[in-house]
Design a protein around this ligand. Structure first.
Ligand code: UDP
Length: 239
């Protein structure tokens, strides 16, 4: 990076599945490894914002099936995302990386409120900003929030870290033997063919605002650093 280049700014979406290692709660080994892979990219000048999912704790739609009011379940889901923020924050701070958590639901003792200009300032100072509590509104997803935050704080791209797959395929590679991975993919194809990138409202927001999305596998050691630094892993979803 030369002195005149604009620093790369990215939004990394980490799903609840990444935090839980497929189970309920937090797999600290996995979260520590992800934190350790984020730090080298920040040290090389990449500005990193993160949106955490919460599916390792609760999903409102699933709680509704079990008899809980949907909105209340969604708030429970949003609170789960904040626990993931705090776990990641802790491991990043243990690596000597300055961080700030900003939440869409006010909780002054543990996090700042979401203030986009302040988030940008943190990023400029080399702090990792972790966004929690989704949009603060039921019936939204953290995928949609990832696109919205990336637009509002002017990220160059959204990096969707996935568990179990390393990109977007023509069919589920865990079920279909000859499924092919896309190197690039258009928003429209992803929407029309209902390919596993992110939910449709998130994808259409990305399409309408031309925000590139890179889908990559989280599990391969080193991939988080590579994706943050701009290596062309997995699948790029764009116009
Ligand atoms: N959620 C919500 N509004 C938001 C973001 C999340 O209501 O803006 C709730 C919703 O119930 C969702 C849960 O929080 O199921 C966890 O988020 P998500 O399912 O997006 O997490 P992930 O699938 O990435 O683990």
């Amino acid at each position: 990076m030369t002195g005149t280049d604009k620093p790369r700014r990215v939004l990394l979406k980490l799903s609840g599945e990444a935090f839980g290692g497929g189970a309920v709660g937090i797999d600290t080994k996995v979260v520590r490894r992800i934190a350790q892979e984020i730090v080298p990219a920040v040290r090389q000048g990449v500005q990193v914002a993160i949106v955490t999912g919460g599916g390792n704790f609760f999903r409102g739609a699933e709680l509704q099936q079990a008899g809980i009011d949907r909105s209340r379940g969604d708030y429970m889901g949003m609170l789960g995302t904040v626990m993931n923020c705090l776990a990641l924050q802790d491991f990043l701070e243990q690596e000597g990386q300055a961080t700030r958590v900003q939440t869409a639901i006010a909780m002054g003792q543990v996090a700042e409120p979401y203030i986009p200009l302040k988030a940008i300032r943190h990023l400029e100072k080399g702090r990792v900003v972790i966004f929690g509590a989704g949009a603060g509104m039921p019936y939204f997803s953290t995928d949609t929030v990832s696109i919205q935050r990336s637009l509002e704080i002017h990220c160059d791209e959204v990096l969707m870290g996935k568990n179990g797959v390393d990109g977007v395929y023509t069919a589920d590679p865990r079920k279909v033997e000859n499924a092919q991975r896309f190197a690039t993919l258009s928003y429209n194809r992803a929407l029309v063919d209902n390919l596993a990138v992110m939910d449709a409202s998130a994808l259409s927001m990305a399409r309408d605002n031309r925000k590139p999305i890179r889908v990559f596998g989280l599990e391969e050691p080193g991939n988080v650093t590579k994706a943050l630094l701009g290596e062309q892993l997995g699948t790029l979803v764009s116009t």
